[in-house]
Design a protein around this ligand. Structure first.
Ligand code: C5P
Length: 322
């Protein structure tokens, strides 16, 4: 960063799906979902470095480049396929179309990752949400602030999990996951998270589920979240543990047998419940307390083959930090 360059930074959090029910494959290639998202304190930071007023952009992207540091940094794309880059482009296009934005400073994006890449924890979505918040703060210095509903629409166009990472907390997600209703969740839930060196591609996991279903090798979709919603009101992790469910777990296990070995090891280590996070391969172990989660994690990471962390939820949505 050149000295004196102005920056705006925002942070967005990882998620776990406490329930992920996957319904029919729709004509648009997405699946109908009924999911319960909860955000975790694990987060990524996106920083906009704003070029001086001598460097204006009138059309095309305003992003001059993107750098990545932190967890799994080498696996993150640094071009305009990166969701954070696309989020800035989408917001600029919206301001050009609706608010006569004609010129803008060029910006450089720096992403600092704390969320694993392709781990089923919405890392890319969090980067998009943080980039939206930072770019919105920047553009609304000269132009009107956008309504929350407009930002959520832009978020949904970027990816099914982006609206949730923008909002945070605990939410019921329907549609392809982008239609959100807040849920009441009492207490704090502690997790031991185990990351895998090699990620899983979300579309590949959904396709594997379709193929297992065609072969009749998986149970019916579970679209009912009532038990979980009630359990979340108790604030008791033992109650919540009984209602965790993920329809994408079977395909993730099919694609990555080491996931099942890890699940078993965590249960033997005393976790209340083990589940694949989202489309995996991250395995999330719900524990009774922070200390319990540390014990379970220490056990699972003892041989040095895996990495991981303790995290707790719920956490907040994407927010400015400077
Ligand atoms: O929405 P997003 O771009 O993150 O989704 C990535 C891919 O995951 C989709 O292209 C689709 O293959 C799969 N997906 C799905 N049903 C959903 C969400 C995602 O099949 N509800």
């Amino acid at each position: 960063m050149t000295s004196g360059m102005r920056t705006i930074a925002a942070r967005a959090h990882a998620k776990v799906n406490l329930h992920l029910g996957v319904g029919e494959l729709r004509p648009d290639g997405y699946h109908d979902l009924v999911t319960v998202f909860q955000s975790l304190d694990l987060s990524d930071t996106v920083t906009l470095e704003i070029a001086p007023d001598t460097d204006w952009v009138m059309q095309g992207t305003i992003v001059s480049g993107l750098s990545v540091s932190g967890l799994d940094a080498a696996a993150v794309p640094r071009d305009d396929s990166n969701l954070a880059w696309r989020a800035v482009d989408a917001l600029v296009e919206y301001y050009r179309r609706h608010h006569n934005l004609e010129d803008s400073n060029r910006v450089h994006l720096s992403i600092h990752k704390g969320i694993p890449t392709a781990g089923g924890m919405a890392g890319g979505s969090a980067d998009a949400a943080a980039a939206l918040v930072a770019a919105h703060a920047f553009l609304s210095e000269r132009f009107p602030k956008l309504r929350a509903a407009v930002l959520l629409d832009l978020a949904a166009d970027l990816g099914s999990d982006v609206p949730f990472t923008l909002q945070g907390g605990t939410m019921l997600g329907t549609g392809r996951g982008e239609q959100l209703t807040p849920l009441l969740s009492r207490g704090t839930y502690y997790w031991a998270l185990v990351f895998f060196k090699e990620g899983l591609s979300t579309p590949v996991v959904f396709r594997e589920l379709d193929s297992l279903r065609e072969q009749g090798r998986v149970p019916e979709p579970r679209m009912d979240t009532e038990g979980l919603s009630k359990a979340l009101l108790t604030g008791n992790p033992r109650e919540v543990a009984r209602h965790l469910h993920n329809d994408l777990e079977a395909p993730a296990r099919q694609l990555r047998p080491d996931v099942e070995r890890m699940r078993r090891a965590g249960l033997e280590a005393g976790a209340l419940m083990a589940m694949v996070s989202g489309s995996g391969p991250t395995v999330a172990f719900l524990c009774g307390s922070e200390l319990h989660a540390r014990d379970v994690l220490d056990d699972l990471l003892a041989d040095g083959a895996y990495s991981g962390t303790v995290a707790h939820g719920p956490a907040k949505g994407a927010h400015l930090i400077s």
